[in-house]
Design a protein around this ligand. Structure first.
Ligand SMILES: Cc1ncc(COP(=O)(O)O)c(C=O)c1O
Length: 342
């Protein structure tokens, strides 16, 4: 039986207070834009991100896909960092629905020169580069945080080249926590921002896309409906997201501290390499097949995923960071040590 689940911060289950808030939520038909709880959530999210408006959507994937549809036309090219969620995951949706192709930079994070180098000539025989998207924190990069001082120069280059900017902020809350700034500071250079409530914040479902009111109320709303994301009495879910924002955003520092402790313990195992751990994601490199470590961990009631042939990803979150966290760390360290010794 799995006791300690480090597979993702998406595995958290709603507690009794959140469930109560959801059960008691005032609802209406959100396709008619009449759900008061959804409206309250959208206003709160727009406020926190410093944008005019926000739209509640079922998932981070849908928020990113709506952004692609809003900013691009079929045949366009999107510049993003290596391993960006919208290019690496999302089942090829960017190509299927928006009809775009991705130009990935060499690193997860990139600067103005990378954009200038990759933006195609404005010629009919080239794809039209129309959008730059940044992921913050960066999942495949290991929960890394885009350096604050690099945002303004990046935005200036995009402006000069006439490129729109989208921020995949599925874990923007973690980035803000790590930098000790408010989310709107990190969102400010971007035209649109997607955020998730169902990762470290612990809501069972839901994301939002924020941006200019005209874009959200017209294009984004239409694309959400086209993608099948128009939901009815969805205030029940929005109430979970509201609860998460109001009560669980503040505890992310605990996840980050726990990830540091876990990283430190793993660094003590011969053969394990762990880089910097800026937020709640630990990437551990081993000289053996990652699957062997996963198997040794499962036997000890610990779960995490391979993140490459010789790389493991372990994510801290509310359901694993608690009284038994020392036991979780000890069991994980034992699993790594046993797999590497064997
Ligand atoms: C950076 C990033 N963006 C987007 C998503 C997509 O979110 P969802 O799983 O809600 O579709 C994820 C999911 O893990 C993510 O890590």
């Amino acid at each position: 039986m799995i006791r300690f689940d480090f597979r993702s911060d998406t595995v958290t289950k709603p507690g009794a207070d959140m469930r109560r808030a959801m059960a008691e939520a005032e609802v209406g038909d959100d396709v008619y834009r009449e759900d008061p709880t959804v409206i309250r959530l959208q206003e709160m999210v727009a406020g926190r991100l410093g944008k005019e408006a926000a739209l509640f959507v079922p998932s981070g994937t849908m928020a990113n896909q709506i952004a692609l549809l809003c900013h691009t036309r079929p045949g366009d090219e999107v510049i993003c960092g290596r391993g960006a969620h919208c290019a690496f995951y999302e089942s090829g949706a960017g190509g299927a629905w928006a009809g775009v192709q991705f130009e990935q930079t060499e690193e997860a994070f990139f600067g103005p020169d990378d954009v200038i180098e990759r933006c195609k000539p404005r010629a009919y025989y080239c794809p039209n580069t129309s959008l730059v998207t940044v992921e913050n924190t960066h999942n495949r990069g290991g929960g890394t945080v885009y350096p604050l001082e690099r945002l303004a120069p990046l935005a200036e280059a995009c402006r000069e080249l006439g490129l729109a900017m989208h921020l995949d902020g599925a874990r923007l809350w973690n980035a803000a926590e790590a930098l000790g700034v408010k989310e709107d500071v990190l969102a400010s250079p971007f035209d649109t921002v997607s955020v998730c409530f169902s990762k470290g914040l612990g809501a069972p479902v839901g994301s939002a896309l924020a941006g200019p009111r005209a874009l959200i109320d017209e294009a984004a709303l239409r694309y959400r409906k086209m993608l099948g994301g128009g939901m009815r009495q969805v205030g029940i879910l929005a109430a979970g997201a509201l609860f998460a924002l109001e009560h669980q955003r503040a505890r992310l520092a605990e996840d980050h501290a726990a990830a540091q402790r876990l990283a430190e313990a793993l660094r003590g195992v011969d053969g394990v390499t762990v880089g910097e751990v800026p937020t709640n994601i630990v990437l551990a490199d081993v000289p053996i097949a990652a699957e062997r470590v996963v198997e040794a961990a499962n036997v000890r009631g610990v779960a995490f995923y391979p993140f490459g042939p010789k790389r493991l990803r372990l994510v801290t979150h509310a359901d694993v960071v608690g009284e038994a966290f020392d036991d979780a760390v000890a069991a994980t360290v034992d699993a790594f040590a046993e797999a590497l010794a064997g």
